[in-house]
Design a protein around this ligand. Structure first.
Ligand SMILES: NC(=O)c1ccc[n+]([C@@H]2O[C@H](COP(=O)([O-])OP(=O)(O)OC[C@H]3O[C@@H](n4cnc5c(N)ncnc54)[C@H](O)[C@@H]3O)[C@@H](O)[C@H]2O)c1
Length: 376
């Protein structure tokens, strides 16, 4: 079943994670595409690179293409993959604008091919469990969600990455890069859509000191030539959200929070209880009660009722890279069936487009200083 051929485009941080997850499922990764074959060859654990993106599309063994390139490349690459008749998994954010993401959704739907936006965090098993518990009414009527997605890798004004260039990363940065994971997760777990947002964006470092040329890994930071560059995107965002049924939410998003390497957390409050989780303690789900002591559910397939419970017994931690494996298991079931399921059990381009619509509303709210309806 799993001998399907797949290719991965982009060989950076997350491209390597895609390849590894696919191999663990027994998917045949026929090759990768890097910014150049020479660069891709520098990663010894990856399969051989194709000479070009086009050469990869011409390979009939490839049925699924994973796009893990910088954000500005997603739109053209997704279109090319779909036009070649191959299924597609695209990293988030799906595109730079909602015009682009809306068009990609229309093309994907019309193609009959399988499409996925890589919101992998849904596939922490305890988050499937949280969703199951909300759906069956364990916490009663949901009325509030609050939390954060905070990191520290852009804490210093000398920290630099292509994401800081709006041409490559998009006009919203922290919100699109990590905030959309939070919106996707909480919307998916509660089963609710956001209707309005109120956002405040803050650029802590209006000027960053950007390396003037390529930087060798582990280069002496003092020896790197730099020039100043004005920043146009936010380091921090505070966002209030209203959902279609009146549920409220609030989230803090930051890429400059010292000590927080990759901390996504949320709490969901309802009339009969609450649920809380954070990615630094991802094998624990907190269950809050008003009338009895609170509980801590440690991930254990034997104690869970969700469709995804993890592959290993309780106490054998499954982390970030496992979420990719669990996600692709669902995606490749659809690939084997040859079409999108009637009710997809993975995030699709519809979810990817939804996130870009939210980004539009957040940007507009930050500009106007008021509540903005999500433009659907
Ligand atoms: N789902 C997640 O948890 C997650 C985590 C990190 C990144 N991402 C997303 O993945 C994407 C890549 O992020 P990253 O952190 O891996 O970036 P990265 O800079 O580490 O890697 C990007 C790769 O793309 C390659 N590339 C550039 N231009 C190319 C081209 N024209 N053709 C082929 N390859 C090209 C680069 O050489 C590099 O190997 C982004 O969209 C990002 O938002 C998602």
């Amino acid at each position: 079943m799993w001998r399907t051929g797949a290719a991965v485009v982009g060989t950076g941080f997350i491209g390597v994670v895609h390849v590894e997850a696919l191999r663990r499922l027994g998917v045949n990764v026929t090759g990768v595409v890097g910014s150049s074959p020479g660069r891709a060859r520098q990663k010894p654990d990856l399969p051989d690179p194709y000479e070009s993106f086009e050469a990869m599309l011409d390979d009939d063994r490839v049925r699924v293409v994973h796009l893990t390139t910088p954000n500005h490349l997603h739109y053209e690459q997704v279109k090319a993959v779909l036009h070649s008749g191959k299924h597609v998994v695209c990293e988030k954010p799906l595109a730079l604008t909602s015009e682009e993401s809306g068009e990609l959704l229309r093309i994907a739907d019309a193609s009959g091919l399988v499409h996925c936006t890589n919101y992998n965090q849904r596939f922490y098993p305890l988050l499937h469990e949280a969703r199951e518990r909300v759906r069956r009414g364990d916490i009663g009527r949901v009325w509030n969600a609050h939390g954060a997605y905070v990191q520290d890798w852009l804490h210093q004004p000398t920290d630099w990455n292509w994401r800081l260039d709006p041409e490559l990363g998009g006009s919203l940065r922290a919100v699109a890069d990590i905030g959309t994971h939070w919106f996707d997760l909480t919307g998916w777990i509660t089963g609710r859509r956001v209707t309005e947002v109120f956002a405040d964006l803050y650029t802590v470092h209006p000027v960053r000191h950007v390396p003037s040329g390529p930087v060798e890994t582990y280069a002496d930071p003092g020896a790197i030539q730099r020039h100043d560059r004005q920043m146009e995107t936010e380091d921090i965002a505070h966002v209030l959200l209203r959902y279609e049924d009146g549920t409220r939410a609030q989230v803090v998003i930051s890429q400059v929070s010292a000590g927080r390497k990759n901390h996504l957390s949320f709490e969901i409050d309802g009339s009969d209880g609450a649920l809380a989780w954070n990615s630094e303690r991802h094998e624990e789900l907190w269950l809050g009660h008003r009338d009895r002591p609170n509980e801590q559910l440690i991930r254990d397939p034997a104690l869970m009722s969700s469709p995804v419970r993890g592959d290993y017994p309780g106490g054998h931690a499954e982390g970030f890279t496992d979420t990719f494996k669990q996600l692709y298991r669902a995606v490749y079931r659809a690939v084997q069936a040859g079409a999108m399921p009637a009710e997809p059990d993975f995030p699709t381009f519809a979810d990817g487009h939804e996130e870009i619509l939210l980004c539009d509303a957040i940007a507009e709210s930050a500009r106007t200083g008021g509540w903005v309806a999500v433009p659907r």
